[in-house]
Design a protein around this ligand. Structure first.
Ligand code: C2E
Ligand code: MG
Ligand code: MG
Ligand code: MG
Length: 277
């Protein structure tokens, strides 16, 4: 306990910080344990919808952790811990395998998988993905690996070689949360990517009073993607009005609560059959 380590220490951290540290180390221990059996871990899938006919064209794998006492812990809370504690490679590989299983089940849909920068920078990552895809007998062109812009920012040979090797094998590469964080777009030309996913923050701004500004940005991102020969999708679509504006701006692939949240495989199966597929 910080208090027992002297007054100064207590002053620096304070009781709130102390609780935060305790909570974090508890999550850390529990996550380590959860990874042993994977009983509490699940991969949910959120549909990607064609803006033209509202058909399901893909599914994004999103990890879920159902903690026995704390309930559902969101990935935003435990992925960073998994990254810091060296658990992300194991977690990521498990998600990858679950996504491959989904890809075999729904071979006409593309399956998106989120990759941590820690995975991409790890030694032999591309080889491992290729090995698993072969083992699971999936078509790599139906797997879409989502990376974030941050990983491309540094001129990093390891990252460049890894992405090239993944793409050469046939995996598709998508830039997630596109448009956030970085103003330099020069990496779009340098790196082999197939798709951009316009970040949900732009879509959220479509609800506000200066929605015209947000719309202009989205239109610019769409034409940038088009000009570079990339597929363009947009995440976080929550309302019919947003859908309408996005469609008018040229977005043809959409994802968001308007269509569906992330669902279990069983729920996806029900949804697909009720939609007549
Ligand atoms: P992301 O890849 O950008 O995924 C989209 C997030 O937005 C998901 O949150 C999804 O549930 C949520 N979302 C979807 N539609 C809507 C909407 O209409 N409105 C709003 N407000 N949110 C929407 P989730 O599942 O909590 O995941 C958060 C982030 O955690 C993901 O962002 C991704 O970066 C990361 N993540 C999730 N699963 C994995 C994984 O297996 N591995 C890694 N490395 N990261 C993951
Ligand atoms: Mg994603
Ligand atoms: Mg995203
Ligand atoms: Mg996002």
């Amino acid at each position: 306990h910080a208090k027992s380590q002297g007054r100064n220490r207590y002053c620096i951290f304070g009781p709130i910080m102390d609780e935060t540290i305790k909570l974090r180390s508890m999550i850390e221990d529990d996550l380590r344990r959860a990874l042993l059996s994977k009983d509490q871990l699940m991969v949910y899938f959120q549909p990607l919808i064609s803006g033209v006919d509202e058909r399901v064209v893909g599914l994004e794998a999103l990890v879920r952790w159902e903690h026995p006492t704390r309930g559902l812990i969101p990935p935003s809370q435990f992925i960073p811990i998994a990254e810091d504690e060296g658990l992300i490679l194991e977690l990521g590989e498990w998600v990858f395998r679950e996504a491959c299983a989904a890809s075999r089940r729904w071979s006409d849909l593309s399956i998106a998988i989120n990759l941590s920068p820690v995975q991409i920078r790890s030694r032999g990552f591309a080889e491992r993905c290729i090995e698993i895809a072969r083992e699971c007998q999936v078509n790599p062109t139906k797997l879409e690996l989502e990376i974030t812009e941050g990983i491309l920012l540094k001129d990093d040979n390891v990252v460049c070689d890894t992405l090239n090797a993944l793409r050469e094998f046939g995996f598709r590469i998508a830039l997630d949360d596109f448009g956030t964080g970085y103003s330099s777009l020069s990496y779009l030309k340098q790196f082999a990517v197939d798709k951009i996913k316009i970040d949900r923050s732009f879509v959220q701004s479509l609800a506000g009073t200066d929605y015209q500004e947000a719309l202009a940005i989205i239109e610019a991102l769409v034409s940038l993607g088009r000009a570079m020969g990339l597929a363009v999708s947009v995440e976080g679509v929550e309302t019919k009005e947003q859908e309408r504006l996005l469609f008018a701006a040229g977005c043809r692939e959409m994802q968001g609560y308007l269509f569906s949240p992330a669902l279990s495989q069983e729920q996806i199966a029900v949804m697909l059959s009720s939609r007549g597929r």
